[in-house]
Design a protein around this ligand. Structure first.
Ligand SMILES: CC(C)(COP(=O)(O)OP(=O)(O)OC[C@H]1O[C@@H](n2cnc3c(N)ncnc32)[C@H](O)[C@@H]1OP(=O)(O)O)[C@@H](O)C(=O)NCCC(=O)NCCS
Length: 182
């Protein structure tokens, strides 16, 4: 299988909604509202970057991945990036997530490719940094780290991680977009 990562197109919206619902169905930490969050971000014009991972079959352009059972030209993964607000006034910070890979295609590098590309896209638009709420065992490999100075209220500190593309890690609290209450 060959995975192509590209920006969301209007015709991808239903597939993104489906795959997000399926991926989070049995996930350990979930509100089961992730598909609504993505829809609300899109509606509010706050879905800064939305990337899909497409199983491009043998005709794809990017490097091959071994992923038996994921064949066909379909969307198998997605990641959303949206602006976050920092209490110290730092600007150009973004939140990564929700991120989801179809259950049958997990554990084969698709999620990693999405995170790597998401961070590259953020650097490309001049972002100052990115935060994520999730498993340190997964996000740590991309440079995310829990930072004592940067806090997301009401979550265990070790799960809230940040990466700065420029300057120091800000000091303060972080608020995700209102769409995350969807
Ligand atoms: C999390 C998710 C996006 C990762 O996608 P993926 O395609 O399975 O990830 P990869 O194959 O690139 O995994 C890379 C590595 O991270 C590890 N990993 C994946 N998910 C992990 C998790 N939740 N916790 C710890 N490690 C994890 C994999 O075991 C793999 O390790 P290895 O390289 O040592 O074998 C995917 O599993 C998913 O959609 N899960 C359900 C939805 C979810 O929980 N989203 C994230 C919310 S924070």
């Amino acid at each position: 299988m060959i995975i192509d990562i590209r920006l969301e197109e209007p015709s991808d919206v239903a597939a993104i909604e489906r795959l997000t619902r399926k991926a989070f169905l049995d996930a350990p930490h979930t509100s089961h509202t992730e598909q609504f969050i993505i829809a609300e971000l899109r509606k509010a014009g706050r879905l800064t970057i939305s990337l899909v991972a497409v199983d491009a079959g043998d005709g794809g352009r990017l490097e091959p991945l071994s992923a038996p059972g994921c064949s066909g030209r379909s969307i198998v993964g997605h990641v959303a990036l949206s602006p976050v607000t920092l209490s110290d006034g730092s600007d150009r910070w973004y939140g990564l997530g929700p991120i989801a890979v179809l259950p049958r295609c997990q554990g084969q590098g698709v999620g990693s490719r999405l995170v790597e590309r998401a961070l590259a896209e953020l650097r490309g638009i001049g972002a100052a940094g990115c935060v994520v709420l999730g498993e340190p065992g997964f996000y740590g490999r991309f440079g995310f780290k829990a930072e004592p100075s940067l806090v997301l209220p009401d979550v265990p500190a070790e799960y809230f991680q940040a990466i700065a593309f420029e300057g120091a890690i800000p000091v303060g609290t972080v608020a995700y977009d209102a769409a995350f209450d969807a």
